[in-house]
Design a protein around this ligand. Structure first.
Ligand SMILES: [Zn+2]
Length: 266
């Protein structure tokens, strides 16, 4: 790994404690590695055009990922998600979950090992489902949470609970949030979402009914929209959608185009 770090072509990106990164608006700012390799600080992300690419924690960086990801290419977005997710995990995982001893990075930062009990700890992702629910007339269910920016609507989402399959999570969340029953659930695709460590797994499902009973605590408003209604509300400014880089937005746009498929969303 020290040889990789010393490679003339090696690059590193800094991520600060709040998950901010340096960028120039359209691309992440990689810099050449310098100084000696430090196994506690320098973590390998992989090879980028054949050259080693590292990430390291820095005291401060430019902007949070949410402000940056809209302008990034698919390749830079993947690097950003991996870099911010990995540094965030190292910040939170400094102590052995089994015995509480301070742990150390091993395997170039891929995991941490406890010097006391030997337990190896790996980065975790929290499984969450996100679902495009349609009715028999192919209207789309949109809803908003009270904490979202005014006017923003999206498809429903929620975290998997322990012991649940993802399909069960889809049924439970939709029942809890809007009181609907679903027919068959169909896998569409997935997306890492390191805020701080989710893996969003997307599904499509058709509801058996249309009566909405929004959860008073979780859902501020829920509604069925036709394609024309959604386009009109967005162009009139009375409704806004999730950021373009999100799988939620891809699902909504795929439905708008009549292509709610794994090929389009995944
Ligand atoms: Zn331990």
């Amino acid at each position: 790994m020290a040889e990789c770090w010393a490679n003339n072509e090696a690059r590193v990106i800094g991520v600060d404690r709040e998950g901010r990164v340096d960028h120039d608006g359209g691309a992440l700012s990689f810099v050449a590695t310098e100084g000696p390799y430090d196994a506690d600080q320098h973590f390998l992300l992989g090879l980028w055009d054949g050259a080693p690419l590292f990430v390291r924690a820095v005291p401060t960086a430019q902007d949070g990922l949410r402000a940056v990801i809209g302008g990034l290419s698919v390749e830079h977005l993947q690097v950003a998600f991996a870099a911010v997710g990995l540094i965030g995990w190292h910040h939170r995982a400094g102590f052995c979950p089994a015995c509480g001893t301070a742990s150390q990075p091993v395997l170039a930062g891929l995991s941490r090992r406890c010097p006391s009990c030997g337990m190896e700890d790996y980065p975790r992702s929290d499984a969450a489902v996100i679902m495009a629910v349609t009715d028999a007339e192919d209207r789309l269910l949109l809803a908003r949470q009270p904490v979202w920016p005014s006017g923003m609507y999206s498809v429903l989402a929620g975290f998997a609970e322990v012991g649940e399959s993802l399909e069960q999570t889809v049924h439970r969340e939709v029942a809890e949030e809007v009181g609907l029953e679903l027919g068959q659930v169909r896998y569409l695709g997935s997306q890492p979402w390191p805020f701080p460590r989710s893996l969003m797994v997307a599904f499509a499902a058709e509801s058996t009914g249309t009566e909405l009973r929004p959860s008073p605590t979780e859902v501020e408003d829920a509604c069925w929209v036709t394609r024309d209604e959604l386009r009109e509300r967005v162009s009139a400014g009375s409704m806004s959608l999730p950021m373009a880089a999100s799988i939620a937005r891809r699902m909504i746009e795929a439905w708008l185009d009549g292509e709610l498929t794994a090929e389009r969303v995944g």
